[in-house]
Write a protein that binds this ligand. Sequence first.
Ligand SMILES: Cc1cc2nc3c(=O)[nH]c(=O)nc-3n(C[C@H](O)[C@H](O)[C@H](O)COP(=O)(O)OP(=O)(O)OC[C@H]3O[C@@H](n4cnc5c(N)ncnc54)[C@H](O)[C@@H]3O)c2cc1C
Ligand SMILES: NC(=O)c1ccc[n+]([C@@H]2O[C@H](COP(=O)([O-])OP(=O)(O)OC[C@H]3O[C@@H](n4cnc5c(N)ncnc54)[C@H](O)[C@@H]3O)[C@@H](O)[C@H]2O)c1
Length: 464
Amino acid sequence: MEVDTQHYDDIIIGGGKAGKTLAPTLVADGRKTALVERSLNMIGGGCINIACIPTKTMVASANVANTVRNSAVYGVKANTPVVNLAEVIQRKRSVVQSAREMNLHNLETALDNNLIIGTARFVAPKTIEVTTAEGNTRVLSAERLFVNTGTRPLIPSVPGLIEAGFLTSESIMELEHLPEHLIVLGSGYISLEFAQMFRRFGSGVTIIGQSEQILSQQDPDIAIAVQTLLEQDGIEFWLKAKVLRVNRTGNETILQIQVGDREITLQGSHLLVAVGRAPNTDSLNLAAAGVATDTRGFIQVNDRLETNIPGIWALGDINGGPQYTHISLDDYRIIKANLIDGGNRSTRDRLVPSCLFIDPELAHVGLTETEAQQQGYAIRVAKVDASAVPRARTLSHTDGLLKAIVDTETGRILGCSLLCHEAGEVISTVQMVMQAQMPYTVLRDGILTHPTMTEGLNILFSKL
Ligand SMILES: Cc1cc2nc3c(=O)[nH]c(=O)nc-3n(C[C@H](O)[C@H](O)[C@H](O)COP(=O)(O)OP(=O)(O)OC[C@H]3O[C@@H](n4cnc5c(N)ncnc54)[C@H](O)[C@@H]3O)c2cc1C
Ligand SMILES: NC(=O)c1ccc[n+]([C@@H]2O[C@H](COP(=O)([O-])OP(=O)(O)OC[C@H]3O[C@@H](n4cnc5c(N)ncnc54)[C@H](O)[C@@H]3O)[C@@H](O)[C@H]2O)c1
């Protein structure tokens, strides 16, 4: 039977941050473009539906609970906060809903009928089959394809885990009753944000990490400072731990873990699995296109985001780069520069800022002290407690640590980690100085508004 194939100039598979931004740009460039997104519930991609935006909406609720709980510090009397998780979730749903509607409007305006809802898989190089939720299929081909299908929670193989049941970063944001005791497997970004959030809502929280240090990409002093703050919140940690078995008995999840030569039993009402992300490549049938993946299944790209097959690019988390929405957006910029604007951009030397949205926030840009040493730089390290910043004192947000790494030879900032109130905002100032290749003295001597958290940079860099 002959299959009717619809031909496009460009097809984008998956509507994450890069894909949904690229689609209208390609249309504006005169290209006949289709965007294939597998679900109407995912219009706009992971960030707005199941990741950054819903989590940060819920973190805001947790921080309100914390402020109310600590109101006496400010001379304000308030009753103990009562958290209604169903209403927290409702608020989150409404923030997500409005973002999704706006994204749908933007995509429909740009693409008209070429926003195609269905799951794509390759059937030949440059040809895909799209299957709708109802099971209907259609075949599309294009001169150029852009894969932006993102990731999903990685589920480790632990005896009893599947049978016992568990939460992921998605299902935990649909709970309407507060867990009495949440056990979290993993000690990275997702783990720490949910752990503190639920602790502040009122749950007991235990974190199990497999490595010696939480946030393994950070310097030990920063990781220890974060762990200490979370312990002060009442979160319990078991590190260098291996989960031997999970069981569910009645309303309890029971974990047998091994720490050194000790076997320990932990018991909680809920278990969240947050041990990293798996790439959404397995169902793409990349073999039909000949697109190469790495051992974990992420698509291999060069620094211009080109796969091994000419005319196929991979953008966002799926290409194995840093997993942040702003990096997916920058991947879009690289494609636009190279394919539309006649430029020559690559991922080489780009600065990757990040912010872990715990309270206080942990923001980072550039190299850690360990990385700078490994790369052979002669460095100077500045460190100061957050309590030294006047703004932190006015707000009673004095917990934290500010740290910067400077190249002794050039005076340029190599990296910076800020564990303090509004760190996610303040780090951008450091990043701009790094990007402009200016010396650290710009931040040491610049006139910065008093009293702001950014003024803390005057103090930090005067330590050198
Ligand atoms: C809980 C959580 C919190 C996070 N918080 C932050 C944060 O605060 N800041 C930050 O910068 N990053 C955060 N991240 C990371 C960030 O969400 C990702 O880096 C970002 O969403 C990656 O976007 P992407 O462009 O790779 O694609 P995604 O946003 O993952 O989108 C991929 C799209 O492809 C679709 N798709 C998949 N397979 C197919 C197929 N076969 N056919 C058609 N469509 C398909 C999916 O439905 C999805 O809509 C968080 C992640 C999680 C899980
Ligand atoms: N604020 C943000 O920007 C934000 C928030 C959430 C997620 N993200 C992005 O999403 C990515 C994924 O987040 P994540 O927390 O799932 O991954 P992660 O890589 O940040 O952390 C995973 C953690 O799980 C541990 N681990 C792995 N296997 C384990 C096992 N079997 N038992 C116990 N621990 C185990 C690892 O040692 C690590 O600490 C992040 O790396 C980040 O890029 C960003």
